[in-house]
Design a protein around this ligand. Structure first.
Ligand code: GLP
Length: 264
């Protein structure tokens, strides 16, 4: 597990963009697992900049988003479909046929629908690089506390905490979605490489629990301790509760010196 401590959000975003760009350059047909949330916006900006200025090519990439609110149509201002279009897809050359985001308006057999999402990931030969943010309660995707570490893509009921955290994005009179379709913890852990981004003091407690706390379904991001290739990119404010900060800095220095490929 690599913990990259960055001094602020801009640096964090640049580093995350650099890692994703390098994955795409090394494998132009990479399958990317994508996340939404305000934390990821700077990274997408950086990728858009690299596409516009340096010709970073996404034409062969396939993408799978982690989750979508149940009940929100793709053009709803708060839908993750819309987020992805506005922050990324509208500005780069990802082939629309290769973009996958759970359909929030699906109304049939959810189990079958979620199985088909898993099938599509397998048909794309699995996720090469999975991007994650983290919820204040330690969730990744919408895998709320107590989600099974074996869980797959499924319908998930949101906790009150998550609903409250996200209420600010919805208009006052609007009803907040109570459920989402999300990749499971088991799905996420099958990605070959995982990158988790966290910024700001509101995430400091949960980031420390995820990295240094016990592995527990009560903080689902702690499952990442089981994965062989995870990089956390964290800014100062989100990292203040980490006890081993000095050690992570030394690991970064030594990794850059002896095994720089791990940082690319
Ligand atoms: C939502 C998403 C998560 C994301 C989280 C954090 O809950 N389902 O994937 O990590 O928001 O969002 P933010 O980056 O805005 O704090």
């Amino acid at each position: 597990m690599l913990v990259l401590l960055k001094s602020n959000y801009e640096e964090l975003s640049r580093e995350a963009g650099r890692i994703v760009a390098s994955a795409v350059r090394n494998n132009p047909a990479a399958t990317l697992g994508l996340a939404t949330g305000s934390t990821t916006i700077g990274m997408y900006k950086e990728l858009v900049r690299m596409h516009t200025e340096n010709g970073l090519d996404f034409s062969k990439v396939a993408t799978f988003n982690l989750d979508e609110y149940l009940g929100l149509a793709a053009d709803h201002p708060q839908s993750f479909h819309r987020f992805m279009r506005e922050n990324f897809f509208d500005h780069v050359n990802v082939d629309p046929a290769k973009i996958h985001i759970p359909d929030g308006t699906f109304g049939g057999d959810y189990e079958e629908y979620c199985l088909s999402y898993e099938r599509a990931i397998r048909e794309a030969r699995g996720i090469d690089l999975q991007i994650l943010g983290i919820g204040r309660n330690g969730h990744i995707g919408f895998n709320e506390p107590t989600s099974s570490f074996g869980s797959r893509t499924r319908l998930k009921v949101l906790t009150n905490e998550t609903i409250e955290d996200n209420r600010k994005f919805f208009s006052a009179e609007e009803e907040m979605p109570q459920c989402a379709i999300t990749m499971g913890i088991g799905t996420i852990l099958e990605a070959k490489r995982i990158l988790l981004l966290a910024t700001g003091s509101a995430k400091a407690e949960t980031v420390a629990e995820a990295i240094e706390g016990p592995i527990t379904a009560s903080v689902t991001a702690s499952c990442l301790q089981l994965h062989p290739d995870v990089t956390f990119v964290i800014d100062e404010a989100a990292g203040v509760r980490l006890k081993q900060r000095d050690y992570y800095r030394r690991v970064m220095e030594m990794t850059a010196r002896f095994t720089p490929n791990r940082l690319s």
